[in-house]
Structures are given as C-alpha cells and as structure tokens.
Design a binder for this molecule. Sequence first.
Ligand code: G3I
Length: 361
Amino acid sequence: MKHFLILPLLAFVLFSCSKRTAILDPILNPVNGILRDLPLQSPKSTLKDMPFKVGASVSAELLRSNPEYRALVMKEFSSLTAENAMKFWALHPEENTYNWKDADEIVDFAKANGKRMHGHTLNWFEVPGWVTNFSGDTTAWENLMRTHIQTVVTHFKGRVSSWDVVNEAIDENGGYRNNIWLQKLGISYIDKAFQYAHEADPNALLFYNDYGHDYSPIKRTAILNLVNGLKERGVPINGIGLQFHTRYNQPDADITSAITSAAATGLLVHISELDMTVNPNSDKNLTYTATLAEQQAAKYKFIVKTYYAIPKAQQFGITTWNVTDGDSWIPGTYNRPDWPLPFDANYKRKPAYQGILDGVK
Ligand code: G3I
C-alpha cells in the first residue's frame, strides 16, 4: 500500500477507535463516580434473584428520609442488617433505658417487605458510658451481660431470625481482644454470650462475626480455632460471619482461603459486611476510572463465585456494608475518596453489580 495512504488510514482508525471508546465511556467511565445504569442479564433481574440471600446494612434515618435509598433497598435486597440501631450503645444507652425506635422501624420495614432480618450485634467492645463506668463483681457483670442480651433477643424474638452474638473478639495478633468483657469475665464471656442468646430464643441462628479472614492468616487461624472450640464445647453456635471489608486488589488466593476455611468448620457462612475499597492507599486525588471499576467488578465476581462453590446448605448469604457509595462508612472514616459498593452515589448499578450476578452464572 502506498505509504502516503497509510497515515490518513491510521488517523481514521485511531479517530474511530477513540470515538468508539468515547461512546462507551459514559457507561463505564464515571464522571465524579456517576455511572449510568448497566444493562443486566435481563431487565427484571435484581439481587433478590440470586441463589442465596443478598443483603445490606441499613440506616433507619435513611429508610425514613430518603425515597431513592428506600426504593433501592426494597427492590434489590432479601436480607437486612441494622448498621447501628441494634448495637449496645444504640439500644441500651442507660442502665434502665432501652431505645427500640430505630431498630423496630428497620425490623418492621424488613417484615413488611418480606426480607430476613439479621441482628448486629449483642456483644462487642463498643459499649455506652454507663457500662464502662459500671462497678461490680463477676456475678454483677454476668448479670449485666445476660440482662442486655436476653432483653434484646426477647424483644426481637420471632422478628430477628439470626444474630451476630459476639463481634470482633480476636485482635490483630490472633489473641483475645482486651475488651471490657474479657477484663471483667475472662474468655468465658464468649461462651456465656452464646448461651444467654440461645436461652432467650432457641430458634435464632447464632453467629460469631469478625474481620480479617481475607488478609490476615493470623486472625483467620485464631478465629477458626475460636469457633471450632465453641463447637467442641457444645456452645450453641450456628454460623461464622466474615465481614470482608476487602480491597479490589486482594489476591484471589487469600479470598479462597478465607471462604473455604470458614466452610470447613461446617457452620453457616455469612459474608456479613462486604465492601471493597478501590483506594486502599488513601490517595486524596484518586479518580474512579473505568479500569478501577472493572477490576472491582472482577473481584466482586470472584468473591461471589468462590462463595457459591461452598456447600449450598452453608450459604447463609452475602451482605454488603451499607447500600451505595454515597452512604458507605469508608470515605468518612478514612477521610478519602472511595467507591466500595455495587451501587454508586446516585443509586445506579455499577460494573460491580454485574460482577455479582456473573459470579453465579
Ligand atoms: O448517632 C450519633 C450522633 O447522635 C452523634 O452526634 C455522632 C457524633 O458523635 O455520633 C453518632 O453515632 C455515630 C454512629 O456511627 C451513627 O452515625 C458514631 O459516632 C459512629 O462511631 C458510628 O460509626 C459506626 C461504626 O460501626 C461504629 O459503631 C458506623 O456507622 C458503622 O458503619 C460501623 O460498622 C462496623 C460494624 O458495626 C462492625 N464491623 C466494622 C464496621 C465498620 O466499622
């Protein structure tokens, strides 16, 4: 071909490619994190069509005040967790005061819309001031813990079908976290918490919930030892919650180890607080590119595919922590731009959403 023709042809090819990319960009390339709604496998499919429950942690305030948030939660999720409303400090702010309003609103919303309600969390290191300042002997502390757990579980009995009974009892070094319960009751507080919950609602499914399975072999091993010990002692535990606050570039091998080792306990496995930072280094100037969105989608797909491969009877479900990038706890907590969830701040489905659907194809 005459060389003088090559340049114009090359220019034309480059132009048409860039034009085509530009046409694709508005779908995949976000502007300020805004992505257009993605074509789904079929127009009607939602996360409720997944072969296991897909849930989200929710805020009572946002359910009350934000119609788009409420509509998305109604449409997409088959299970709900209260992000904060069922925590000790939220439900039981003073020794003789219980505040049920927000939690009851979430439970009523779940029931009215045919969704499962998962309780979070009966025992954790986050406690209100009156507990921190409480003084008493071991029996008094056992009564404090029992009263809280059994009052709460009894209040929600028949409406909350499962509980994170103990949350984050293992520290970063694989030891028992030095929280107030360990200090006052020793390591037996964990067994006791499960027993108190079971006494109050024998039908509730009881979980141990923690983070780090996907990136810390030390924590993962310690958590597995803890839950296997509970089982061996006949403590009423039904499931293990893997929070999975993970990252878009977490190695697949780590994710596989986390999920398959949890399944090997024979317990129900709940990926209980899934979100996926695309800005693990807290780059204040990061932009959410199509490449990042696609890498995130691939990792969501891998997590779902790996989870879907464990025995069906152990698939309690996958719950994202928060609903959209706009209400995620991550940007505010780490003071950085981030886009960790399958829905963007405009309630639109992202490539990560399609990645979840593709994980069960
Ligand atoms: O509601 C009060 C408000 O009255 C007060 O003015 C304000 C300022 O102090 O605080 C508000 O409470 C905040 C609460 O969120 C509700 O917004 C607390 O300070 C704040 O610490 C709390 O953060 C929550 C955090 O857990 C600690 O409880 C996050 O929203 C929540 O997403 C996060 O979730 C945890 C899971 O429970 C356990 N696994 C890790 C996960 C992420 O940290």
